[in-house]
Design a protein around this ligand. Structure first.
Ligand code: DGJ
Length: 668
C-alpha cells in the first residue's frame, strides 16, 4: 500500500497481510495514522520512510540513494513513481505479481549538465515493529547457504558482497520476521536482489522507531558516472511477505520463478555430468563407455564437463580457447555426441566464457582483455567482457560450437571472484552474452554454476534453466544446502547429483539409499564413474531413475513444504496444487536422542481428505536400527490430512544419515 498523496516522496505504508477492501476514507485514516508521532528530542515533524529515504528527510539509517541530496518536487502516483529535482530524475517501478511478489527497480537519469557520480541506489522498504528477528545466509565452497539468525536491534546490520558474483557466502535472501518464525508459522518479510555482481543488503532499526529492509547493487567509487542524459537502472529487487512462515515465502517466490519466460519447460531430464567421473581424463572410448552405462540406467542428458578444449589437461591452462582439443578429440566431439544421441540422450557441454588462462592462445593474442592479471585464482583470470570486442570474440567461438554440434545445454561455470575492473559492466556483458546465445539458439538451456553455488539469483535465473547449488555431492551436507537454496528457488532448477561413496569433496561415505533419496528432491542427476559401480548399484540407479521420472511432475510443479518440528527427523515434502498427492522425505541427520525416532507431522495436506501413505522404493532401503518398525512402513496406512498434519507419522528407526521417502495419494 503506497501513500502517494501530496508532493512528498511516496511511502510504502503497508506490505503484509491483505487488509480486505477499504473505502477511500478508511485508507486516508490508515495512511495518516502511520506518520503522526514525534518523540522527545527529535525533528519537529514526523519522519516517514519514503521510497527513497534520505538524510534530508530525517532518515538517519542507510539512505536509498547515495551520491546527492535531492530536493524532490514532483510526484506522479501510479506503479511508476516519477521524482525530479536538482537535475536528476528518478523513476521507481513497482509491480505486484500474481503470487504476491513485489518487483521493484529504480532508474536514475542525470538531467543536469554536470556529471553525476552515483554511489548507490537501493530498494528500501519499511519493516514493521513486530519484525524483531532476522535470517540470512552465509557459506563457503561446498557448504553454501548456511542460515544465520539474530535479533534485530538498533543500528544498521549490513552484508556486502564484493566477489563479482554473489559468492559462496551470498546473503541471498534477507528475511525479517516475528520472533521464532519457522517454516510454517510467523510473519516474515523478505527481500532478494536479482543481481549477479556486487551487492549490499541491510536491515535498519533506528532509535526514532523506524525500521527498514533494503538491497541494492554495490557500486565501486566512480563506477557509475552519469553524463547529461545518461541513466542508471538498478537491478530488480523482489520482496515478499508471508503470514505463514518461510513456506509461504517459498510459495510466492516459486510462483514468481515459475512464471519467468526463461523458466524451463518440459520434464527436467535426468542428467549425467562427467566431472567427478573422469575430471580432465577425457577420451572417446572412456566417455563412450560412460555414456552407454548412463543410458542403461535411464539418463536423459549427458553433460561433458571441463577438459575438452585445446590443451586443457588441467586447470592451469586453455580457458578462453573454445575449440575442441585435437589431441584428445582428434575427430572432434561428433563421434561422442552421435553415441549420446543414438542412445536417446541430449548432449550438454561445459564452458566458462567469462574466464581466461594466461596459458592460452587468447591471452597471448589479447593480453589487454585480461583483467587484474596480478592476482590469479584457480590459475585463471577474468576476461574483460565489458569490452565489446572480447565479448564478441567469445560469443562467436561459442556460436561456432553451437552451430557445429547439436548441443542442447551449456553448463556455464564461473570459478573465481572478480577483484578489479567494473563488476557492473561485466555482469551486464555476461547477461548480454547469455541472451545473445539463447537468441541465436532459442532451445538452448544454460546452467548457472560458479564453483558450485556461487551465483544463484533472479538476475542469472532470468536467462538460465538450472543452477548447481554446490560442488559437494555429500548427501548430508546437501540436505541443508538444498533446504535453504529451495527457500527461494524451486526444485526443478536445483541440480542434485548422486555420487559414489566416499564423497569426493568430504571423503565421507553415506549409504546409497541416502544418496538416492537426497538427489531425488531436485533436478536429479548422476556424477559418478559408472564403470566403477557394481551391478547392484547400477540396478539401484535404474530403479531410482524410474522413480524420478515418475515423480518429477509432482516434485517440479508442487508446493514445497517443510516441517516446523525442530530437530531430527527433518521433514521436507512436495504437495500437488490440488492436494491430491504428495511426496515427503523423512530425513535423519543425527544419532537419535531417544530410543525411537520422534513422531513427525506432515504439513500442507488437505485436512478433509484421506491419504494412502506408502513407502517409495528409491532403489535401496535405508538402514535402520534393530527393533520393531512401525507397521505402516510395510503395510501402508490411510489417514486424513488433518491427522497427518496435527498428529503425524511415527518414523521407522532410521540410522543417522538415512532418509525414507513416502508417497501420499488422496483416496476418494
Ligand atoms: C567447478 C564446478 O562447480 C564443477 O562442477 C566443475 O564443472 C569444475 N568447475 C570444472 O572445472
Amino acid at each position: 500500500m503506497l501513500d502517494a498523496r501530496g508532493a512528498a516522496v511516496p511511502a510504502v505504508i503497508h506490505w503484509g497481510a491483505d487488509l480486505g477492501p477499504l473505502t477511500d476514507a478508511q485508507l486516508e485514516v490508515l495512511a495518516d495514522s502511520r506518520v503522526r508521532v514525534v518523540g522527545p528530542s527529535a525533528a519537529d515533524a514526523p519522519i516517514r520512510l519514503g521510497l527513497v529515504p534520505l538524510l534530508s528527510d530525517g532518515w538517519t539509517g542507510l539512505p536509498g540513494l547515495e551520491g546527492a541530496t535531492l530536493a524532490l518536487s514532483r510526484v506522479e502516483p501510479g506503479i511508476s513513481v516519477h521524482l525530479e529535482g536538482d537535475g536528476l530524475s528518478l523513476v521507481v517501478e513497482l509491480k505486484l505479481d500474481d503470487h504476491g511478489v513485489l518487483h521493484t527497480r529504480s532508474t536514475l537519469t542525470n538531467l543536469g549538465t554536470e556529471p553525476y557520480a552515483l554511489a548507490g541506489l537501493a530498494t528500501v522498504l519499511p519493516l514493521p515493529a513486530v519484525a524483531q528477528e532476522r535470517l540470512d545466509f552465509s557459506g563457503v565452497w561446498a557448504a553454501e547457504r548456511e542460515p544465520q539468525r539474530a535479533p534485530i536491534q538498533h543500528g544498521t546490520w549490513l552484508r556486502e558482497s564484493r566477489h563479482g558474483r554473489g559468492g559462496h557466502d551470498d546473503s541471498y535472501l534477507t528475511i525479517a520476521g516475528t520472533p521464532g518464525f519457522g517454516f510454517r508459522h510467523g510473519e516474515v518479510w523478505a527481500l532478494h536482489l536479482g543481481w549477479s555482481g556486487d551487492k549490499r543488503t541491510w536491515i535498519d532499526r533506528s532509535a526514532v522507531g523506524l525500521g527498514a529492509i533494503a538491497a541494492g547493487e554495490l557500486l565501486a567509487p566512480g563506477e557509475v558516472r552519469l553524463e547529461q542524459g545518461e541513466a542508471y537502472a538498478s537491478p530488480w529487487a523482489f520482496a515478499a511477505w508471508s503470514g505463514a512462515g518461510l513456506d509461504g515465502l517459498s510459495s510466492r517466490f516459486h510462483g514468481m520463478f515459475r512464471g519467468l519466460p526463461a523458466h524451463p519447460t518440459g520434464p527436467r531430464p535426468l542428467t549425467l555430468n562427467t566431472w567427478e567421473a573422469v575430471y580432465f581424463e577425457q577420451d572417446l572410448p572412456r566417455l563412450s563407455e560412460l555414456a552407454e552405462l548412463a543410458a542403461g540406467v535411464g539418463v536423459e542428458r549427458f553433460v561433458l564437463d571441463d577438459g575438452w578444449m585445446t590443451g586443457r589437461t588441467d586447470d592451469r591452462r586453455a580457458l578462453g580457447d573454445w575449440t575442441v582439443d585435437p589431441a584428445r578429440w582428434p575427430d572432434g566431439l561428433g563421434a561422442l555426441i552421435d553415441r549420446v544421441r543414438a542412445a536417446g540422450m541430449q548432449f550438454g557441454l561445459w564452458v566458462e566464457p567469462e574466464m581466461v588462462s594466461l596459458d592460452s592462445a587468447l591471452a597471448r593474442e589479447h593480453p589487454e582483455w585480461v583483467l587484474g592479471s596480478a592476482r590469479s585464482w584457480r590459475h585463471q583470470f577474468v576476461l574483460d567482457l565489458a569490452n565489446d570486442a572480447a565479448r564478441e570474440h567469445v560469443r562467436d567461438a561459442l556460436l561456432a560450437l553451437l552451430d557445429a554440434y547439436p548441443i542442447e545445454y551449456l553448463k556455464w561455470d564461473m570459478n573465481r571472484d572478480q577483484l578489479g575492473g567494473s563488476v557492473h559492466g561485466q555482469v551486464l556483458a555476461t547477461y548480454r552474452l547469455m541472451d545473445e546465445l539463447r537468441a541465436a539458439h532459442p532451445g538452448l538451456e544454460i546452467e548457472s554454476c560458479s564453483s558450485g553455488g556461487g551465483r544463484i539469483d533472479a538476475g542469472v535465473l532470468s536467462r538460465t534453466q538450472r543452477v548447481w547449488p554446490s560442488d559437494t555431492n555429500d548427501a548430508h551436507d546437501r540436505q541443508s544446502i538444498m533446504r535453504y537454496t529451495s527457500l527461494l528457488v524451486p526444485l526443478e532448477y536445483l541440480g542434485a547429483h548422486v555420487g559414489p561413496a566416499p564423497a569426493h569433496t568430504t571423503g565421507r561415505s553415506h549409504s546409497l539409499s541416502f544418496r538416492l533419496a537426497t538427489a531425488l528432491f531436485g533436478h536429479a542427476g548422476i556424477e559418478w564413474d559408472l564403470s566403477a559401480a557394481t551391478t547392484e548399484e547400477l540396478a539401484s540407479l535404474r530403479v531410482w531413475a524410474h522413480r524420478y521420472t515418475e515423480m518429477r511432475g509432482l516434485l517440479h510443479r508442487g508446493d514445497l513444504v517443510r516441517g516446523d518440528d525442530l530437530g531430527d527427523p527433518v521433514i521436507t515434502g512436495v504437495v500437488s496444487a490440488d492436494r491430491s498427492e504428495a511426496v515427503f522425505a523423512i530425513v535423519c541427520l543425527q544419532t537419535p536422542r531417544e530410543s525411537v525416532r520422534l513422531t513427525r507431522r506432515l504439513p500442507g495436506l488437505d485436512p478433509a481428505r484421506e491419504y494412502q501413505v506408502s513407502v517409495v522404493d528409491v532403489g535401496a532401503p535405508p538402514a535402520t536400527y534393530a527393533g520393531i518398525q512401525p507397521a505402516w512402513v510395510a503395510d501402508g496406512i490411510t489417514l486424513t490430512g488433518a491427522v497427518l498434519g496435527a498428529v503425524g507419522l511415527e518414523p521407522p528407526l532410521l540410522k543417522p544419515d538415512e532418509a525414507l521417502v513416502v508417497r501420499l495419494v488422496a483416496v476418494g
